[in-house]
Design a protein. Sequence first.
Length: 235
Amino acid sequence: MIFFKKNWAWLMVCVLALLPLIKIFSLISLNFEYPEFDSILFDDYEMPEHLAIQTGRDIIPGIEIAIEQSGEWAIRWLIAVLLITPFKIIFGTKSNLFVRQAMGISCGIYVFLHAFFFMYHEGFFAVFSDLPLILSGISAVIIFALTITSNRRSMKLLKKHWKTLHRLIYFAAVLTIAHVVLLNKGWELYATLFGFGLVVRFGPIRKYFESRKLRASFKNQLRAVGFLTKMRRLS
């Protein structure tokens, strides 16, 4: 019980990262019996009749769903990681290093899967065939580097260069958003959240939030919730 109480946020991140993976991997089956077919097979999705009429597609290949789903969750986790600091600035909450690390690794896993599924379907050199794909390829390399170095050993090894390296996350985010903008894949929300995070980090605005009573009010509410929870347990 003590473990769950201390690590509930970390466990929640792990569960949230795992659930979409279950859905994605449910589309996949391995083929070792028939060498004439691919070793990794994807189940196609049959569209409901009303959606088939709207989209003009009866069946969506499973590989396309895997590419799209892994890409969407990759950018969601990327934006979530970038919103940790703005949330801390506004509400004065403490950020847990292990939770931040779990979120970053979740992002890295989905970026890896997105890249793997795409190259498995289109081939490695397809990454260099179009500007949106080139941008996403550069972003993926950066995120891979950050994922690999998201540990204490790397922090000690790289020392002051570790922060410099991990600041590249902002460049990766810009490239990722440019990727979805050029592909016209519902980029508005991601761009808005990313822009909001940058605005909150801006010097005068950051000082404004840090000096406001909003943080104290939020903390008092958290204390009140904790107090009520204890009272309920006692009763």
